[in-house]
Design a protein around this ligand. Structure first.
Ligand code: GLU
Length: 548
């Protein structure tokens, strides 16, 4: 076969050479060990946890090593493209602190290795497609859909592997005249790779997550360019990741099956392949067994879910880090207040089988994350959520931010901050009693206590309460009330001989708690009363007395 003639027939307008491309996209000047990686999503509009996981891994590897992280839009499948999807993706990743140094932006491109949208790179792919034709490693195939379907049926009947290979690669060695005739007749064609691999041959491959794995050579003459001249994922991957000087590819392990083909492509094109990290799918427990998170069954796969549910971005991010790196939790325990970027992410610490998603664990992590925020920080986060999802709460907080922050400040700071919130939706039921119109008695005085005692305790406290008291004086007054009623003021004494008392100082505190908050569990009562203020505390105590 005269490959020069074939190349001229197929790519009459391609004049640029591979060398031109190498010159246009030179090696990056980066420090030793710098990782260049990318996020390469298809713009389908659905941004899921898997995207975030992949983005986070790549981003960390790049930025921890002084490298470059970029965004490439894999829009080769125009049918699946959703308008606005790139914008949604960029916004979502930005919200999760995944920042790109380079790549597609909302308005175009940023960087010297673009265009960063694959459909705009057709001329670049054609240069290398032509090179492969010249080398005798690619050829046009004019098979129609019907012919390919018939081929598949035949393979099914013969119980052999499906695909375009060996005897089924019918256009592989057709003479130039046949090609010419088809082209003259205006027949559509795809460009196929001429594979020299054999499924009899296996080789070892080292993946940075999976470790050493056995892979089988590829014997398929896969499509490189579709009939519209747009490349398949495989060809675009090789060309783009070479020219964009990607050093590490982090992608789903569904691509392992075609990895041998990708390696072949790099070899045929004379390039060093990048290092690969193939990550397992996110899984969850379904009864006793694990299964892949599914778009259809699991709302938690979509990132929009976390915003609706009121998870903070930092909590989701921290949770992902927890499941990705087994040493993260220890690190966090030792560095409770350190910024998460101080943690050194390591691909070696990843589970090769994929991460197990656990909603309970997510809530736990989230409680910890939210407990570490200052009142100002959590106020801002709640507002950013409530503006869309709890307008009433938003309005209340906006009407008196100082009051809202005083409420949110209770139990914050210090070594053991309160962990009341997993999601922002937990905020309202937790603090509604701070707003008079939302206050209601949720719990009742346990029957074990005599009403007169409760009444007397409330009256006794009300008579001496002074919001100006410090916490010690305040508590001494409660103790005094307790003692006056014959309740034990000393808890140790009470525990040794509970029968001897109608109750203890803890019970008296509980009566006050009920009066002031309407419930038996609440944050620190001294602080609550400080925030509510003398008048409201007394009014609530009085109101409860009326009901007894
Ligand atoms: N567009 C591919 C995907 O979404 C990218 C895979 C890769 O990162 O190479 O699966």
């Amino acid at each position: 076969m005269d490959t020069n003639a074939l190349a001229a027939l197929l790519f009459p307008n391609v004049t640029a050479t591979p060398a031109d491309m190498e010159a246009r996209f030179p090696e990056r000047q980066l420090p030793e060990g710098a990782v260049v990686s990318r996020m390469a999503p298809s713009p389908t509009g659905f941004v899921h946890l898997g995207n975030l996981v992949q983005g986070l891994i790549s981003e960390r590897m790049c930025h921890q090593s002084g490298g470059v992280f970029f965004l490439r839009v894999e829009d080769t499948d125009a049918k699946r493209e959703v308008p606005g999807a790139v914008e949604v993706l960029i916004d979502t990743m930005e919200r999760y602190h995944i920042r790109y140094d380079e790549g597609a932006t909302k308005t175009g491109d940023n960087g010297a290795y673009g265009p960063y949208r694959q459909r705009q790179r057709a001329d670049i792919y054609h240069v290398f497609a032509k090179q492969l034709v010249l080398q005798g490693e690619a050829y046009p195939c004019f098979c129609t859909e019907e012919e390919l379907t018939a081929m598949r049926a035949e393979q099914e009947a013969k119980k052999v592997n499906f695909g375009y290979y060996g005897p089924y690669a019918v256009w592989r060695d057709r003479p130039l005249e046949d090609v010419k005739a088809q082209l003259d007749a205006g027949k559509p064609w795809v460009l196929r790779y001429r594979s020299t691999g054999s499924i009899e041959h296996k080789f070892k491959f080292v993946d940075l997550v999976k470790g050493e794995i056995d892979v089988t050579e590829n014997d398929m003459d896969h499509v490189l360019l579709k009939s519209d001249g747009i490349p398949t994922y495989h060809f675009a991957h090789a060309v783009d990741d070479h020219l964009m000087r990607t050093t590490h590819v982090v992608r789903g392990d569904e691509w392992l099956a075609t990895l041998p083909f990708h390696l072949q492509l790099f070899r045929s094109l004379g390039w060093k392949p990048p290092k690969y990290l193939h990550i397992g799918p996110l899984q969850k427990m379904d009864g006793e067994s694990k299964r892949k998170l599914s778009k259809r069954k699991d709302p938690e796969l979509a990132l929009t879910y976390y915003r609706q549910e009121g998870f903070s971005v930092d909590a989701v991010y921290e949770y992902i880090m927890t499941v990705l790196n087994s040493n993260f939790e220890d690190w966090r325990r030792q560095n409770p207040d350190a910024p998460i970027d101080d943690f050194r992410f390591s691909a070696k610490k990843m589970n090769p089988a994929g991460a197990l998603f656990d909603a309970v664990k997510l809530r736990d992590v989230s409680k910890n994350v939210l407990s570490r925020l200052t009142a100002d920080e959590i106020y801002d986060e709640i507002m950013a959520w409530a503006v869309d999802f709890d307008r009433d709460l938003y309005d209340r907080f906006a009407a008196d931010p100082a009051y809202a922050k005083a409420i949110l400040g209770i139990g914050r700071g210090g070594k053991k901050p309160r962990k009341d919130f997993a999601v922002f939706a937990d905020v309202r039921p937790y603090l509604d009693f701070f707003y008079d119109d939302l206050f209601e008695m949720k719990d009742a005085v346990p029957d074990a206590f005599r009403k007169e005692d409760v009444k007397a305790a409330l009256a006794g406290f009300a008579a001496t309460y002074d919001a100006g008291d410090d916490a010690v004086t305040w508590f001494d007054k409660i103790k005094a009330v307790a003692e006056g009623l014959g309740f034990a003021a000393d808890m140790k004494e009470y525990r040794q001989n509970p029968e001897a008392f109608p109750g203890s100082v803890a019970d008296v505190s509980m009566f006050l708690r009920l009066a002031v908050t309407g419930r038996v569990n609440s944050p620190d009562m001294y602080d609550v009363m400080q925030v509510l203020g003398q008048a409201r505390v007394l009014a609530r105590i009085d109101a409860m007395r009326q009901t007894l």
